[in-house]
Design a protein around this ligand. Structure first.
Ligand code: 5CA
Length: 438
C-alpha cells in the first residue's frame, strides 16, 4: 500500500478526550473514529489489526474443535423471557420494537439464542459434545463507556458455547477453551493470566477471567508473586487428550479478581501476594443448566431419561484486544506491534522521493515485496524525513526499511527494528531475501 493513496487520518495533537495511552494512540494513528459515546468506526489501519486478532482467535477456536456459526445481532425478547433474563438484564440491554410492535433487543450476549438453536435439533447424548462459536457485534448500554474500544457500548466479541451430557463432559469442554485461550493470547505476544472470577449476570460457579497486567487496567487483581516470573508460551495441546493437567498447571499459582479474592481466606501468605491493576481480555464460564433447564433444552441419556444440557460460555473481547495490545506494547514515540497482529509487517520509507534513483530503488523494493506477499506500507509522500520517521514510529510496524540517495549509491538499505530501535545497513539483496523467505 502506498501511503500517498492510503486513508490514514493521523492526528498531530493528543486528543483531549483520551485518558489512556491506547485510546490516544489509536486516535492519533488514525485507527478508529468515534461515532457516538462508546461506538466507533474502524478505519483501514485499525481494521487490519482487528482482522488479524480475529483470525488468531478463529484459528485457535477451530483447532480446539469449536465450529463457527453466525447468529444475529437482533434477538426476540421471548427467548430472554424464557430464561428469565429479559427483566434481570436491566438498562444495559438495548430494547427495540419493530413495526409490528414486537419486542426485540440488540444482543449483549447469546446464551439464549444458541440454546434455542441447539434444543431444536440435539435430542440425544449421541450428538454430544458440541462447541459452537461466533464473532459478532454486541451492544451493552454501559453506564460508563470509556477508554475508547476498551469499554465500548458496541463491541466485537468472540463467544463460544459448549453443550455436554454431564458435568465431567462440561469440564472437558471448559478445559478445551481454557487451553485455547492460553494459546490465543500467547500467539499475540500477550501474557494473559487466568484468574478465578465472579460470573456476574452470566451465572454459574466456575469462572476464569484472562487478565493482562496494565496500570490503566479496569480491575483490581491479586496473585501469587511467582506469576511475575512466569511466562505463558504458546503451548502444544492435544485436544483429544486429557487437558486437566494443563488446567492444573496454569492455575497452580493463586490469582483472583477483586470480586473473588477473599483476603481473610486466601491460600497465599500476604508477603507472597501481589496487588495490581489488570485488563480483562477473556472470560470463561461453566453454568450447568442455568439456561437449558428453563428453556427445556433436554437430551436423552443412554438409559432414556431426558436431562437438561450442561453448558458453558466463553468470551473474548476481540475489539478490545487492539487497545489492550497497545497498552502492553508502546513507547513515547508510539505503538510497537507484535508481528502476529501488525497491520503491515514492513514500513518502507523513501527519504527523497524527488531523487530519481531513490524513487526507482524504492519502487523496485516495494514491487518485489508486494509480489512476494509481504505486507508493506510504502511512504512515498513528499514529506520531510523527520515527519516520515515520526509517522512510522507512531503506527508501530515491526520493521522499517529506509532508502535514500547515500544507500542507493552504496547498494544498501537501512533496516530499523521498531521494538529495539536497532538500525543496520544491509545490502538490498540481503534485506529482500530475508523478508521474502518463505
Ligand atoms: N456470554 C459470556 C461469554 S461468551 C460473556 O458475555 N462474557 S463477558 O461479559 O465476560 O464478555 C466477554 C468479553 O467481552 C470480556 O472478557 C471482555 O473482553 C469483552 N467485553 C465485555 N464488555 C465489553 C465492552 N463493553 N467493551 C469491549 N469489550 C467488552
Amino acid at each position: 500500500m502506498r501511503l500517498s493513496e492510503y486513508f490514514l487520518p493521523l492526528l498531530r495533537e493528543n486528543p483531549s478526550e483520551a485518558q489512556i495511552v491506547s485510546h490516544r494512540l489509536m486516535l492519533r494513528a488514525g485507527m478508529i473514529r468515534q461515532s457516538s459515546a462508546g461506538i466507533y468506526s474502524w478505519l483501514p489501519l485499525g481494521l487490519r489489526v482487528l482482522k488479524k486478532v480475529e483470525q488468531i482467535v478463529r484459528e485457535e477456536q477451530d483447532r480446539a474443535g469449536a465450529q463457527e456459526i453466525l447468529m444475529p445481532t437482533i434477538q426476540p425478547a421471548e427467548l430472554w423471557r424464557e430464561s428469565g433474563r429479559y427483566e434481570d438484564y436491566g438498562k444495559e440491554m438495548l430494547r427495540i420494537r419493530d413495526r409490528h410492535d414486537r419486542e426485540m433487543l440488540y444482543g449483549p450476549t447469546n446464551e439464549e439464542q444458541v440454546t434455542e438453536i441447539v434444543r431444536a435439533s440435539i435430542k440425544s447424548y449421541r450428538d454430544l459434545p458440541k462447541l459452537l462459536y461466533h464473532m459478532q457485534w454486541k451492544f451493552r448500554d454501559e453506564v460508563r463507556p470509556r477508554f475508547g474500544v476498551i469499554r465500548g457500548r458496541e463491541f466485537l466479541m468472540k463467544d463460544a458455547y459448549s453443550f455436554d451430557l454431564d458435568a465431567a463432559g462440561a469440564k472437558r469442554s471448559y478445559n478445551k477453551m481454557f487451553a485455547a485461550y492460553l494459546r490465543t493470547f500467547a500467539r499475540m505476544g500477550l501474557k494473559a493470566i487466568p484468574m478465578q472470577a465472579d460470573p456476574g449476570p452470566i451465572g454459574g460457579d466456575l469462572s476464569h477471567e484472562f487478565i493482562i497486567l496494565a496500570d490503566a487496567g479496569e480491575s483490581d487483581v491479586f496473585f501469587d508473586r511467582r506469576w511475575l516470573e512466569t511466562d505463558i508460551p504458546v503451548i502444544e495441546v492435544d485436544y483429544r487428550g486429557d487437558l486437566e493437567p494443563i488446567f492444573q498447571r496454569w492455575t497452580v499459582f493463586y490469582a483472583a479478581t477483586d470480586e473473588k479474592h477473599d483476603p481473610t481466606n486466601c491460600r497465599v501468605p500476604e508477603t507472597q501476594l501481589v496487588t495490581a491493576r489488570g485488563q480483562e481480555v477473556g472470560h470463561i464460564f461453566y453454568f450447568g443448566d442455568k439456561y437449558s433447564r428453563p428453556m427445556q433444552a433436554l437430551v436423552a441419556r443412554p438409559d432414556g431419561a431426558a436431562v437438561p444440557l450442561q453448558m458453558g460460555s466463553y468470551g473474548i473481547g476481540v475489539s478490545r484486544l487492539p487497545a489492550a495490545l497497545i497498552e502492553a506494547n508502546h513507547d513515547d514515540a508510539g505503538i510497537i506491534w507484535p508481528e502476529s497482529v501488525a497491520p503491515f509487517r514492513v514500513g518502507l520509507i523513501n527519504l527523497r522521493p524527488g531523487d530519481v534513483r531513490s524513487r526507482a530503488a524504492a519502487d523496485d523494493v516495494y514491487g518485489k515485496l508486494v509480489a512476494s506477499g509481504v505486507e508493506v506500507l510504502y511512504d512515498d509522500r513528499d514529506e520531510s524525513p523527520g515527519a516520515k520517521f515520526a509517522t512510522m514510529d507512531l503506527i508501530g510496524l515491526p520493521e522499517q526499511l529506509v532508502i535514500g540517495p547515500r544507500g542507493v549509491a552504496a547498494g544498501t538499505i537501512e533496516v530499523k527494528h521498531r521494538r529495539s530501535g536497532e538500525r543496520q545497513d544491509v545490502s538490498l539483496e540481503a534485506a529482500l531475501n530475508r523478508l521474502t523467505a518463505p
